[in-house]
Design a protein around this ligand. Structure first.
Ligand SMILES: [Zn+2]
Length: 487
């Protein structure tokens, strides 16, 4: 059976209960024991009192464009989502506003002394595009806390654990030379050398970890002796000394020598948003666990799970169970859209007003731009059923953005509100097959007589894929030539 996102359940006092299977929710709804409370994420409200029986943990993998969210109960994945941030949209909108404003003041106002550097910023200030990411995540964590009995939060705080790399002794020798350690190292080196081959400068390649001074020539395992190299360069260099290999390119030798000894100075700055997020999440009062990107990747590979934003989220932190019960999941895709525009008049490309000033009113006929509506059109040219995000007009003739197209001129009379605007738009992601179910084995198990099994063509079915982590269990010692995937 396929796993699907569970349905959130509130009891009659709006207290969160255990999330349930969609089939069970359907039964409760049809028997009149519950009602739909909210569409995204799908939540029902019971008509009786109930209490949660399990504890849940929300796991977060914050990223620049996408953030993965996963809700776990013990070893089971209960719910997952991918949150798309606005990011550059925000800086773009601010830039546009600045330009229009500047040009207007240039035209309309007398000369004024420049006074753009007289502002102070509060402590912990982040640019609007970054803080919006933090707020998007906070708003979703708050929402989930309302709908599910969540007691813990896990988040990926850093790409690599700096302390463990510099001072591996703190974790004992097993960790020092172990698999997890090499994952941290990889993350660190990818970041340090900006995902670029140090020898030829290519970015589009599978990378190896290269011992700058080969081990066979007395080179050490220290991080400062490790560089990032593409497979071709790594093989060409083989076990020659860097001075020999780069004899015709002394400039590059100089650069690498400088770069490899330099610690990653701005590692903390890269993660500024994540530290802010940690602070914000801790304000919810729940216990916040943090993990590194290296640990996430290690956990994911160990469980043989394919890479996506939400699977990464499910593998964040040391609390990740040894076997994670993820089969086929379809994440909820959440896209942050903002809550409208302050701009009163739209300018044309020369900066002149193009439209009449916008009305102060935002809602018309009970609908607001950003609501998700269902329109059943029974008359006229546009007969059909349309579901999607609505853009309202004062005239009552709305536009609906469906999955495939934008339908214009739908009367408000045909529309029914499914979900009130909350600054996001929703869709469902592709059904991700984590491990293909072993149908071949299942069929042979259930059908005992060989005659019957011939009736089924099993040649096209896929067998279970061996998880990758089990195939290679190398230690850091032989990192030369080890494959390093781009991610
Ligand atoms: Zn190269």
């Amino acid at each position: 059976m396929l796993n699907r996102n569970s349905v959130f359940v509130l009891d009659t006092n709006k207290k969160p209960c255990d999330p349930i299977h969609p089939g069970k929710a359907r039964r409760l709804l049809s028997e009149g024991l519950a009602a739909v409370f909210r569409n995204y994420p799908f939540t029902i409200i019971l008509k009786s009192e109930s209490k949660p029986t399990k504890k849940y943990r929300i796991k977060i993998d914050p990223g620049a464009r996408y953030t993965g969210l996963a809700l776990l109960s013990d070893t089971d994945l209960v719910w997952c989502a991918e949150l798309e941030h606005r990011g550059f949209e925000i800086s773009e909108a601010l830039r546009e506003r600045r330009q229009v404003r500047r040009s207007r003041r240039n035209r309309k106002t007398r000369y004024r002394k420049a006074r753009f550097l007289n502002r102070t910023r509060t402590k912990g200030w982040l640019p609007p595009s970054l803080i919006s990411r933090v707020r998007n995540i906070k708003s979703w964590v708050d929402k989930l806390i309302k709908f599910a009995p969540i007691s813990n939060i896990s988040m990926e705080l850093v790409k690599f654990d700096m302390q463990k790399i510099v001072n591996p002794e703190i974790q004992g020798t097993e960790y020092q030379m172990g698999e997890l350690f090499s994952y941290e190292i990889r993350q660190y080196l990818l970041e340090k050398f900006n995902r670029t081959c140090v020898y030829c400068g290519t970015k589009e390649a599978v990378f190896n970890l290269d011992h700058f001074y080969p081990k066979s020539r007395g080179g050490s395992d220290r991080v400062s002796n490790l560089v990032l190299s593409c497979v071709d360069c790594n093989q060409a260099k083989s076990n020659s000394l860097p001075e020999d290999f780069l004899s015709d390119r002394p400039k590059i030798l100089e650069i690498i020598n400088k770069q490899r000894k330099q610690p990653l100075a701005d590692a903390a700055a890269i993660n500024a948003t994540r530290w802010k997020l940690k602070e914000v999440l801790e304000s919810t009062g729940l216990i916040v666990e943090t993990g590194s990107g290296g640990l996430t990747k290690y956990n994911r590979k160990r469980n043989g799970i394919s890479k996506s934003h939400w699977t990464d989220a499910a593998c964040v932190g040391t609390s990740t169970p040894d076997s994670l019960n993820i089969r086929n999941y379809q994440p909820l895709i959440i896209k942050a859209m903002g809550r409208g525009n302050r701009q009163m008049v739209k300018p044309d490309k020369y900066g002149f007003p193009r439209t009449a000033p916008k009305l102060r009113q935002k809602s018309f006929y009970g609908f607001m731009t950003g609501d998700i509506v269902k329109a059943v059109v029974t008359k006229g040219k546009k007969i059909g059923v349309y579901t999607g995000r609505v853009a309202v007009r004062k005239t009552g003739s709305f536009n609906i953005k469906t999955k495939t197209e934008t339908v214009q001129g739908i009367s408000h009379k045909y529309c029914k509100n499914l979900h009130k605007s909350d600054g996001c738009t929703y869709s469902f992601g592709e059904l991700v097959k984590q491990k293909t179910v072993n149908f071949v084995k299942k069929i042979t198990e259930t059908l005992d007589s060989p005659v019957q099994s011939h009736m089924f063509d099993t040649s096209g079915l896929t067998a279970e894929i061996e998880p990758k982590a089990r195939r290679k269990k190398k230690k850091l010692k032989g990192t030369d030539g080890e494959q390093l995937s781009l991610f």
